[in-house]
Design a protein. Structure first.
Length: 383
């Protein structure tokens, strides 16, 4: 499946207009997993050198990030077969989310199965395809075809040959002990750009699943106070469990739509708004259904969060705005909107990406240039 099927034609045109000749490379990179899969060392519990030793004992090949002292990465393996490979096995079709996981080396679990060929028996080798027919992996059935469709849990197919392979980390003892958090490099940069201090009141406006919140807590060495908000009770509950695993103790969780933040009547020293976005930078993306119309609608939606953040920030306070998307409207255009609201752009203490489109003091990560997710970060001060 090439670009024609993977991206809607109006989105392809949008990318070509925005990125010029680089658009093709960006789309090609988006279709594959990240080349370097990052985790963040939880320095509340261990050091990077200690964790690297533990990971080696657990059979992995960790490498040090040259950019961040708490960063470790693993190199992606693959592709393990060509795009036109036809194994000719019985087929299991998985939903998009499950397919993208299998594509990177995860097993296929029963809830992710959409349909199966007849008479699949446990122990039989099968091919796994996404809903559009793309081969994402080959593995051994651990259930009969009927069980795959009926069961609500358990491994349906144990994957032996995924298209790519990233390390599987959630079963490791070091993970269970809370020694690390799987987090992309750009996402780790965000907390450094915020520069949190223990004497400050910090708000994370769309906090779940808790990666950036726990990183801020780590940089504050579990001191001071962080208010973390999310409108989903379920996501917030899972985040609470995650913070417990990591040993984070200075976070107050609030179940609230953060567009209503001003109702709390607080004056924050610093606010992180990792805004809900179209997520166009997330990798791998077997296909994309978003259109420029949705980009424009999402950018307007984000301004409700921006307005709430500005109201709740003390004079002289700092707002860090980030997204995991590539569009201009959700990124630079919203920064221009903030500049019009009396905020001033500031330099970022950690800058390893590229400059913005038409604005220098913002940071963009491109999947093809930086071998990361597509990402955007801006730091502004209320003056």
């Amino acid at each position: 499946m090439g670009y024609e099927e993977a991206f809607p034609s109006e989105l392809r045109d949008y990318y070509r207009k925005l990125f010029g000749d680089e658009a093709e490379d960006i789309m090609a990179s988006l279709r594959t997993p990240v080349e370097k899969y990052y985790i963040r060392v939880n320095t509340l519990k261990t050091s990077r050198s200690k964790l690297m030793g533990i990971l080696r004992k657990e059979g992995l090949k960790p490498k040090r990030s040259p950019h961040l002292k708490e960063g470790i990465y693993f190199e992606r393996k693959g592709p393990n077969f060509e795009d036109d490979y036809e194994p000719g096995l019985k087929r299991v079709t998985a939903n998009k989310f499950a397919s993208e996981s299998v594509y990177q080396g995860a097993n296929l679990y029963a809830p992710g199965v959409l349909s199966v060929d007849k008479n699949i028996k446990p122990g039989e080798e099968v091919e796994i395809r996404d809903p559009k027919g793309l081969l994402v992996g080959i593995g051994t059935a651990r259930m009969s075809g009927n069980e795959m469709l009926e069961k609500k849990r358990g491994i349906a197919v144990e994957v032996s040959l995924p298209k790519f392979r990233l390390p599987s980390l959630n079963e490791l003892e070091s993970f269970k002990e809370g020694l690390f958090y799987a987090q992309s490099l750009p996402s780790m940069v965000v907390a450094h750009v915020l520069e949190p201090r223990e004497e400050e009141l910090i708000v994370d406006m769309a906090a779940a699943p808790g990666g950036k919140t726990s990183h801020i807590a780590q940089l504050m060495q579990n001191r001071g106070e962080i208010i973390a908000m999310d409108k989903s009770q379920n996501r917030l509950r899972k985040m609470g469990e995650e913070l417990e695993r990591l040993g984070v103790k200075n976070v107050k969780l609030i179940h609230m739509d953060s567009r209503k933040l001003p109702e709390l009547g607080i004056e924050a020293d610093k606010i992180l708004l990792d805004a809900p976005c179209t997520a166009l930078g997330i990798r791998p993306k077997l296909w994309e259904s978003r259109t420029p119309k949705e980009i424009a609608a999402t950018a307007r939606y984000q301004r409700h969060f921006i307005n709430a953040a500005i109201k709740s920030l003390r004079k002289g306070g700092v707002l860090v705005y980030s997204t995991c998307t590539l569009s201009y409207e959700e990124n630079e255009a919203n920064v221009r909107y903030m500049l019009g609201k009396g905020l001033k752009l500031e330099e970022q203490s950690v800058f390893i990406g590229s400059h913005g489109i038409g604005i220098d003091n913002v940071q963009r990560f491109y999947p093809n240039r930086h071998l990361t997710q597509g990402f955007f970060i801006a730091r502004l001060r209320k003056v």
